[in-house]
Design a protein around this ligand. Sequence first.
Ligand SMILES: [Zn+2]
Length: 125
Amino acid sequence: MTLKQKKLDSFKADLLARREQITTDLHHTTVELLDDDTGYSDSIDLASAETTRNLTLKIKNKERDDLWHIQDALRRIEEGSFGDCERCGDEISEARMRARPSAILCISCQSEVEIEEGRHHSHRL
Ligand SMILES: [Zn+2]
């Protein structure tokens, strides 16, 4: 374990708070979606309703994605691999982990991977 337990605890608390926030947001979005469905009528512009719906689903997917990353980061905290680069094994800087708790690569490995993957690289940094 490269990060001090105290720091890990603070990361964990932060991640749990984020997870709760996203879960709440997802719940709200679902409720809004259901409202949309019941709101359909002749007077409603179906095209724009559909756009709103797609947008909402997109946001939902993003949140689900975030949720997955948070779960993964929490799992790595439990395993003790949180903050370690999966590629070179070096410690990932705390600043980077703060900005992106789901990071599994240090900055230099991340850039190398992106160069290697070229246009296939993930746009989610
Ligand atoms: Zn690395």
